[in-house]
Structures are given as structure tokens and as C-alpha cells.
Design a protein around this ligand. Sequence first.
Ligand code: ATP
Ligand code: MG
Ligand code: FE
Length: 354
Amino acid sequence: PLVLGIETSCDETAAAVVGRDADGGARILSNVVLSQIDEHAAFGGVVPEIAARAHAEAIGGIVRAALDEAGVSLREIGAVAATVGPGLVGGLIVGATAAKAIARPLGLPFIAVNHLEGHALTPRLTDGLAYPYLLLLVSGGHTQILLVEGLGAYERWGTTIDDALGEAFDKTAKLLELPHPGGPSVERLADGGDPHRFPLPRPLRGEKRLDFSFSGLKTAVRQTAEANAPLEPQDVADLCAAFQRAASESVADRLALALARFRDRFPDLADPALAVAGGVAANGEIRRALAALSERTGVRLVSPPHALCTDNAAMIAYAGLERLEAGERDASSAPVRPRWPLDATAAPLIGFGK
Ligand code: ATP
Ligand code: MG
Ligand code: FE
């Protein structure tokens, strides 16, 4: 069956059509993403009200575009999936309502998808990766190490105790007066910088727990910037390089420990794999650090293309497809869930209109 997926949890309005080939592999027939970056640029971050209005204005055209690009009509769609959480409530309502409005009159199943599950299953969509695998999810709102054991079976092994890594990149960029989103800005400047000139901390390094912390790093960047003000362009580049080095070493340090635990837990796995997902997975230095770790440990690294690491609807359609194949479907009264951890069963429900 073909699944139409809709994603509106943050600042991308996205729709996609995903199905399976005759051999059972997943196939992306279309993947349309409209970024709202320009609308939020002047505010240095995502403004929820602006995001919700922009989603409402764009969603119809984006769904149309996804169907056109796939070359299919609604009659050929077998189910409609939408992100219902976690994320900004206004956008979630727009996407979930659009999906239900399409599914209901056609008698199609509606599938409520967790955005994080979309990220978590992306390596199955792109590489057909078999369960179980270890996942590093590094995005604007999350920094987690997850054991992905099966559909709906996620164990969170570590998380950030303060800022997400993407958030730390964004805040660092902001305090250095670089354009939003910060990740790509910092990476671009770091290329011409010296990572050794400014010493920055490596939070939680060597600790036995698998958590992350990035707010101290960001504070150290601010203090260094203040101590060296006014900053010349080379100072900014050196600070970016130091920050990026500290961030990737922190990630690699935590992951080394997680991989050891993964090997202990699944000693007989023929092809153990570490997958990455989330926007920060686009970062070249972090990718290199993970590749080196993979080399050293013999655990295969699966890193999906950038466009499928950042927010998109193909991952939502694919998660919907796996759920559909597992016989699942959701009621058209299913609520949106602005807070919805992947691994917890007792997250509070927040319904429409609250
Ligand atoms: P979540 O999935 O947690 O809800 P999100 O969907 O907003 O958050 P993504 O769209 O997956 O997050 O990723 C956006 C984040 O990725 C931003 O913080 C951005 O700065 C960061 N990012 C994008 N490209 C890079 C890069 N090259 N280097 C570092 N960070 C990057
Ligand atoms: Mg985004
Ligand atoms: Fe995301």
C-alpha cells in the first residue's frame, strides 16, 4: 500500500508518499518539504503562532505537490499518516486535522505518528536496517541514544540533561551573531578556524551514565567571546571550530560507551549497527567522529542522506507504513500530543482546544 505522510511539528510543512517495491524494500515516491526558515529568520528562532499560520496556509498545496510528484491520485493511497507529537501544538493540529480530513471521507486508515519514531525508523527506510540497532538522535529539540528493538520498542539509554545539541549550535550561533539556523552557520565558519586556540570543556566526559550536557559548553563560548571582545572574524571562526570540536568529542565519548553496552547486550548480532538521525547528523565533523568510532569498534555506521536526517514527511509516511503493516490504525478522535516521549507509556494527553 501507499502511505501519504504529513509532517508539521515544527517549522517545516512537509508531505510525502512512501510505498514498497515488489521485493519488500521501502520506496519514496515523493518527498516535499517547505521550510519556514525565512519567516522566522528575523526572530532568531521559531515563533509558534507564525509557524501554525504558515502550516495552515501551505498544507493544502504541499499535499497536492506530494501527490503530483508521486504521480498518484488520492484513490491510490492506502492510508494517511501524520505527526501528532511531540512538537508545537498549533502545527500538530494543522497536520493531524488535514490528514484526518483526507482519510475520513475516503474511508482510509489514519495513523498517528510520533515524530521521534519517524527519525528513529529512517535508517530502515533508507537502508532497510534490521532491528535491533542503536540510534543517535541529534536534532533541534532532542539529543538521545536509543535502542531500537522493534516497532514501538524503544529504550532510551541517554538524553541531554539541559540543551539539545542542535539548540546548543543555534544558541552559540546567536551569541556570535551568526544567521539562524545556527548549525550550518557554525559549521561553515569552523572550517576556517583553529579548534585548539580556545580551550572549551567536555561536559560529562568519562562518566558512566549515557547522558549529554551542552549548556555549560555554550556558556563557556559566551565567556570566551566576552573575554576576547570585540571579536575579529578569525576569533569567531576559532570559537566555532572549538565549539564544534568539543561537541563532536562529547558525542563520540558517550557513543563509545553506548556501543560497548550494545555489544554486551547483543553479543551474537551478525551485523551490529549504529544509525544517526536528526538535523545535527548533517554536521561533517560529527559524522567524521562517528565514522572513526565505527572503524574502531567494527559497528557499522548508517547515516541517511541530509534531506532525510532533517525534518521531512517521508519518515512519517514510512513509520505509518510500518504501523499499518502491523495492523494498527488510530481513531479520527486521536488527540495531538505536544509532549510525547518515545519510550514512556504515561505521557499526558493534550486534546484539541486545551
Ligand atoms: P526535533 O526533531 O527534536 O523536534 P527539529 O525537528 O527542529 O527538532 P531538525 O529539523 O531535525 O530538528 O534539526 C534542526 C537542527 O539541526 C537545528 O538545531 C540546526 O541548527 C541543526 N543543524 C542543521 N544542520 C547542521 C549542521 N550542519 N551542523 C550542526 N547542526 C546542524
Ligand atoms: Mg526544523
Ligand atoms: Fe525532527
